[in-house]
Design a protein around this ligand. Structure first.
Ligand SMILES: Nc1nc2c(c(=O)[nH]1)N[C@H]1C(S)=C(S)[C@@H](COP(=O)(O)O)O[C@H]1N2
Ligand SMILES: [Mo]
Length: 207
């Protein structure tokens, strides 16, 4: 059943992509062209003149950027596939933003720092080992599809961690807190998997 859905989506909707579309869809997921909105609470509205992004915790000095300063950081584009634990996968999403590597390079990290907790306007949190966030694997995006990121999808800026289920991609992100020991974030402490690799179907704790 799942395979037929995938083939139909591939043949019907993505005639220009290569023959490998089905192989890009993690197990248990279906392909969608929509971009559903999933938020645990209301969408916070953050005026750009008060927006800020901070790196704190195990750093010698906290680093803080205003919106204008953040826009001046080295930016690049990513075209990535994203998967939500509610089972949709969207291919070739295009984002612009700053890599976590470039953000952390601005901070003097304590060598004990091993994990980060991303925290958001509105209170959402999610955790990642540094090893899952570096080498271009994760970024803070402020454009989606060539336009400013919409508030519903996390604008002004959101974390994007495309290789993990989308709950790791904190919307309205306002900073990264560096820690020595892993700390579960919002969904991780409510029973979602601590890591969340879609290719291993790490959906819920115990998977
Ligand atoms: N701040 C914040 N970030 C969040 C969430 C949230 O509720 N609040 N939901 C997460 C979950 S569970 C998912 S699936 C994705 C959904 O992103 P989207 O609404 O852009 O599709 O955002 C993630 N980031
Ligand atoms: Mo989700």
């Amino acid at each position: 059943m799942g395979d037929r859905f995938v083939s139909r989506g591939f043949v019907g909707r993505r005639p220009d992509s290569g023959g490998d579309t089905a192989s890009r869809i993690p197990p248990g997921q279906y392909l969608t062209d929509d971009f559903p909105v999933l938020s645990a609470g209301p969408t916070p509205r953050i005026p750009l003149d008060t927006w800020e992004f901070t790196i704190d915790g195990l750093v010698s000095q906290p680093v803080r950027w205003s919106w204008a300063e953040f826009q001046a950081l080295p930016a690049r584009e990513w075209t990535v596939d994203i998967s939500c634990v509610t089972k949709w996968t969207k291919l070739d999403t295009r984002w612009r933003g700053v890599s976590i590597d470039d953000l952390l390079a601005a901070a003097d990290l304590d060598p004990r720092a091993q994990f980060l907790v991303a925290h958001s306007y509105g209170g959402y949190t999610t955790n990642l080992p540094l090893g899952e966030a570096l080498n271009g694997q994760a970024f803070v995006a402020y454009e989606y599809g060539g336009a400013p990121l919409e508030p519903a999808h996390g604008g002004p800026a959101r974390l994007v961690v495309p290789h993990l289920y989308l709950w790791k991609s904190a919307k309205w992100v306002r900073g990264l807190h560096l820690v020595e020991r892993d700390e579960p974030g919002f969904w991780e402490s409510l029973g979602y998997h601590n890591r969340g690799d879609p290719w291993r179907e790490e959906r819920y704790s115990g998977d």
